[in-house]
Structures are given as C-alpha cells and as structure tokens.
Design a binder for this molecule. Structure first.
Ligand SMILES: [Zn+2]
Length: 171
C-alpha cells in the first residue's frame, strides 16, 4: 500500500488491484531506465541526485505494452470482509479479521450458495445467534468494485493510497 510508485498497464489501469501494483522508488527508476515504462507523474518534492545527474522520483508509470490479465474481482473471504469494511452486518460493529466469519444469508443447509450475493460479514457471536435461520431483513450483498475493496483496505490498514493514484482506480 505505501510503496512509492503506482504501475499502470498499457491501457492506463492499474496492473493489479490486490495488491495494488506498486513498487519502491529504486525499482521504478530501473523500469524507466530500461525503457519498460513511461512516466505519467513525478513526485514534485522528491529529487534523487547522483554525481552526474538529478531527477524526480516517478509517482506513476505506465507499461509501454499492454498485458492481458483478468480484471474480475476475485471472490474470497478477505474480499467479502473488505467489501463490508470489517463490519458485522448484523450488529454493525467493526471487528478484527480473526473475529469475523462469513455468513450465508440463505444457509447452505437450505440450499444457499457461496456467492457475493449470498454471503455477508458476521461477527462470531451474531453468526452463532443466527445459526440456520434466514433473517427477516437481509443485509445488502453484492459484488464489490475494485474501488470499494481499496477503500476497505485503506480503512483496515489505516494507510491511504496516494491522492495522485486515486483517479486511476476505476471500476
Ligand atoms: Zn455482530
């Protein structure tokens, strides 16, 4: 999260979201020197000097070529917690990851499947109370966007990503 330089794919989107594709400044400089990337933005207040030259450290670089990857948000326990901001959807309290569990809205025993739409974040005690019942009011559950997951990650780590990077995190 707190790396120095965001790496974009050839199409101007982050190369990966989780983890967000970023590298330390030395690697970023090497990528520029080896002509693998072009500089999109520099750190205005961060200048590196060598005996022969000085340059600004890149804050965002883009690969010269486009690399094809799957851009879909992967379904996983951790991503469900990120989507729900580590908040139990029944008692609305925020918990540490180890105190949380994923809860099937329609229980598996009643034919519920494991999907974005049918799972939610629950603390262990709410999960125990709910057991195999179906709640009268179902918490909102849908497939999250990358932006939503990154917001969850910022909240969990207490570290915000660089404001320069925000506009590149679309969808
Ligand atoms: Zn709870």
């Amino acid at each position: 999260m707190s790396k120095d330089c965001l790496i974009l794919n050839g199409d101007g989107r982050p190369l990966s979201y989780f983890p967000l594709s970023s590298v330390d400044w030395k690697t970023a400089v090497k990528l520029v020197i080896t002509r693998n990337v072009i500089i999109i933005k520099e750190h205005e207040d961060w200048i590196v000097r060598s005996p022969s030259t000085s340059f600004k450290v890149p804050s965002i670089v883009m690969l010269r070529k486009f690399h094809r990857f799957s851009k879909k948000v992967k379904f996983s326990r951790s991503n469900v917690f990120l989507r729900d901001m580590f908040t139990c959807q029944y008692c609305n309290d925020v918990f540490e990851k180890k105190e949380l569990t994923i809860d099937h809205l329609i229980p598996k025993s009643k034919g519920g499947i494991t999907s974005w739409e049918n799972v939610t974040t629950s603390c262990k005690s709410c999960n125990l109370k709910k057991a195999d019942s179906i709640p009268k009011v179902l918490p909102k559950a849908e497939k999250p966007s990358h932006r939503q997951l990154i917001r969850g990650q910022e909240k969990a780590s207490g570290q915000k990503i660089s404001p320069d990077w925000q506009e590149y995190i679309v969808a």
